[in-house]
Design a protein around this ligand. Structure first.
Ligand code: UDP
Length: 238
């Protein structure tokens, strides 16, 4: 593929919470809407996706209630695989070719994570969904999004949020004086303790000089716009 026809490559992070529509499990209406928005952009941009699992389990929460942290984190990772399969299904219904790659081997449902093969899929116009996080307890899918973006050579990490449309000076649900920032540096985010994205993800992006855009999934159309490079939400840079 020559440089002129080369498409932008992005990594989209979707929260598991969005998939549940506020409840445990997968809400098909929500996932199909997201899938249609992704399918809309697929012929213009190479799209890799990391899906969270907060609609099923969060390891830290389960461990606070008495479970072993490592085991609880593996349950969390398995939740991300279910979300990945749901997204794959609705993406295919929307006409997009897809592959799921899992960081935990389960070859009946997903390919193993093979970065170079993921890149091939992207070049062929397939959407690649990375499931099972990093396969490592004590990590979050935000951090995995940053790591996968770096490893496959994406130019930016697009973090889709529900309920908030960017990075604020403080938590807008708590502090009525919080204002939205158009741009900030990873250092600012870390120093101010802004928690929209976890600190490990911020520092990995900072150390490796990759940009991150945090944006709101609502209203409808926002995911497509973000994939196509619209300057929305908050841009975080090194
Ligand atoms: N998780 C993990 N290692 C990873 C990715 C995820 O242990 O590499 C577990 C962790 O318990 C986490 C859960 O999977 O709480 C779900 O992921 P996350 O909380 O990032 O999902 P989101 O908040 O985006 O829905």
């Amino acid at each position: 593929i020559d440089e002129a026809t080369k498409r932008r490559r992005v990594l989209l992070k979707l929260s598991g919470e969005a998939f549940g529509g506020g409840q445990l499990g997968v809400n098909p209406d929500v996932v199909s809407q997201i899938a249609r928005e992704i399918a809309e952009a697929v012929d213009r941009v190479e799209i890799a996706i990391v899906v969270g699992g907060g609609n099923f389990f969060r390891g830290a929460e389960l461990s606070q209630r008495g479970m072993d942290r490592g085991r609880a984190d593996y349950m969390g990772m398995l939740g991300t695989v279910m979300n990945s399969l749901a997204l794959q299904d609705f993406l295919e219904q929307a006409g997009a070719a897809t592959r799921v790659q899992s960081a935990i081997s389960m070859t009946q449902v997903a390919e193993p994570y093979i970065p170079r093969r993921a890149v091939r899929h992207l070049e062929k116009g397939r959407v690649v969904i990375f499931g099972a996080g990093a396969g490592l307890p004590y990590f979050s899918t935000d951090t995995v999004a940053a790591q996968r973006a770096l490893e496959i050579g994406a130019t930016e990490v697009l973090v889709a949020k529900n309920g908030v449309d960017g990075v604020y000076t403080a938590d807008p649900r708590v502090d009525p004086d919080a204002t939205k920032l158009d741009h900030l540096t990873y250092n600012d985010a870390l120093q101010k303790g802004l928690k929209v994205v976890d600190s490990t993800a911020f520092s990995l992006c900072m150390d490796n000089g990759i940009d991150m855009r945090v944006f709101g999934m609502e209203p409808a159309g926002n995911v497509t716009r973000a994939l196509l490079g619209d300057e929305m939400g908050t841009l975080v840079t090194a």
